[in-house]
Ligand binder design. Structure first.
Ligand code: NAP
Length: 481
């Protein structure tokens, strides 16, 4: 079935102070499947960035004291609107990001759920009350909204990365400035309009798009009215931003890159492991921070795992995400596609054999899924975040050695463990240096669960009960009662 491939109606200006403002210069947004221009959007300069800060700052005073129930109802309405118009959201994602229709729909539902989850969390912000051990005072703790939040999102989940930040920020009582990735701004702009329709007061949600990302972001971060930065993107850019936030000792939360290991231990169910691998590797065409990047398979299962995984990959149909018959869409751009192909070439130069059996359309940023057997741990494909449908397999004999190799990375976002039973899986999970571990399953993300990494994969958690705390400041009152 082909879903409509025309662009839904979407605002293209900057959302500042509740109004969509045009800019004199424009930025093109490209459909990576056809390489045609989808729309032209606003190109903010420093002045517009600072205007967004001013709008968020002036809205903060009343939003921060708006009853939680009222904030919750606005978020709930945003969930209802998104849910009613879920195909519009998916179409925007498929058009500007290129991902397969099933992934675009999956992301849209996941994204909307953050509005529902945090509409519930808005009313459950806790404080504390206890006596000091010496009984000389009472310790009261309170949480208050931190202030204006600057939110920066990547292109691989254009809807979910935006709602995973906006929803907890608004639930906490913060006002926001969102800067979506330049490749995929249309979905975020549509979400801005959804929030407006849901009743978010003017200035509570501001959205800027820009080609001068570094310059505009630096000016926003230097503005004393901004109280926190929430960033999702590469570890490289995360470090650049951490250096800038250090100058102001600015609160920041970082959701950064990953290099997820996928362990198939002796005794694991191979069919279940292949089914899990297809999700962990192929969801979003491999362009996920949570994507399984390296497969470590016990020697007793290595052949059957690789053969069955290869067969499943070869059955995938590659083509535009707007056609729901396709299993794998386009990469977000020719540049990103070529980065993956460069890694594959480097791996070939290291001597590994790479099998590619799937046909891909000649035009557009498409890439065939590939499996790479007999890879050495420490080689190019195991060291780099591939961010595409390429699956390197390392064979191991000793479980302790497999765990050591899995942890042998500067990243620590997620690990996947397939084991003979859950007990063994949890025992291994406890040894993984990652913020999340999926045991005998290929997907962990859930708006109700704490998402985040250890090591260079980030700081802080999004979603779950923890997510709202990224936007709250704790305050302690010492009281004689
Ligand atoms: P990226 O290049 O780091 O870009 C992410 C965002 O940062 C974009 O909005 C980008 O804007 C902006 N940016 C770039 N340079 C900046 C600067 N100097 N100052 C302020 N902002 C700047 O990452 P990406 O290629 O879009 O996304 C892929 C990466 O994100 C992968 O490493 C992936 O693992 C990671 N990721 C992590 C998570 C997680 O939750 N841990 C989730 C998804 C993705 P422009 O587009 O305008 O350049």
């Amino acid at each position: 079935m082909t879903t409509a491939s025309t662009l839904p109606q979407v605002p293209t200006g900057l959302l500042i102070g509740g109004e969509w403002l045009p800019t004199t210069t424009k930025l093109p947004v490209t459909n990576p499947a056809s390489l045609s221009v989808l729309a032209e959007i606003g190109d903010a300069g420093v002045d517009e960035g600072i205007a967004a800060v001013a709008a968020a700052d002036s809205a903060f005073q009343s939003w921060s004291i708006t009853p939680a129930r009222q904030r919750a109802e606005i978020l709930r309405r945003a969930w209802e609107i998104m849910t009613a118009e879920i195909e519009t959201c998916a179409r925007l994602i498929a058009l500007e990001n290129g991902k397969a229709w099933r992934d675009a729909m999956g992301e849209s539902v996941y994204a909307a759920e953050f509005f529902r989850w945090f509409s519930e969390e808005a009313c459950r912000i806790e404080g504390g009350f206890r006596y000091a051990p010496a009984r000389d005072k009472t310790i009261i703790t309170d949480h208050r909204p931190i202030g204006v939040a600057y939110l920066i999102t990547p292109w691989n989940f254009p809807a979910a990365m935006a709602t995973r930040k906006i929803a907890p920020a608004l639930a906490a009582g913060c006002t926001t400035i969102l800067k979506p990735a330049s490749e995929t701004p249309l979905t975020a702009l549509w979400i801005g309009e959804v929030l407006r329709r849901a009743g978010a007061p003017e200035g509570v949600v501001n959205i800027i798009t820009t080609s001068k990302t570094g310059e505009v972001s630096s000016a926003i971060l230097a503005d004393l009215r901004v109280a926190t930065l929430s960033f999702t993107g590469s570890t490289y850019v995360g470090k650049v931003l951490l250096r800038q936030t250090a100058d102001r000792v600015l609160r920041s939360s970082m959701e950064l890159g990953g290099n997820a290991p996928f362990l198939v231990l002796e005794g694991a169910d191979v069919d279940a492991a292949v089914a899990g691998a297809m999700i962990a590797k192929m969801r979003n065409g491999g362009a996920a921070c949570t994507a399984a990047n390296r497969f470590y398979v016990h020697e007793s299962l290595a052949d059957s795992f690789a053969t069955k995984f290869q067969a499943a990959l070869s059955a995938l149909q590659v083509g535009p995400g707007t056609d729901s018959a396709n299993d794998l869409g386009a990469m977000v751009s020719v540049r990103e596609r070529d980065k993956i192909l460069d890694l594959v070439e480097e791996a070939r130069a290291e001597g590994v054999e790479i099998t590619q059996t799937t046909e891909v359309p000649a035009q557009g940023a498409f890439i065939a899924p590939m499996i790479v057997r007999d890879v050495a741990h420490g080689s190019t494909l195991t060291r780099n975040e591939i961010f595409g449908p390429v699956a390197p397999i390392v064979t191991f004999t000793d479980q302790a050695e497999a765990i050591r190799m899995a942890n042998d990375t500067e990243y620590g976002l997620i690990s996947y463990v397939y084991a003979a039973n859950t007990g063994i899986g949890i025992g291994v999970a406890r040894q993984m240096e990652s913020g999340m571990v999926a045991i005998n399953r290929g997907l962990a993300s859930d708006p109700a669960a704490p998402f985040g990494g250890m090591k260079e994969s980030g700081l802080g958690r999004e979603g779950g009960f923890a997510g709202i705390h990224e936007f709250l400041e704790m305050q302690y009152f010492a009281v004689d009662l």
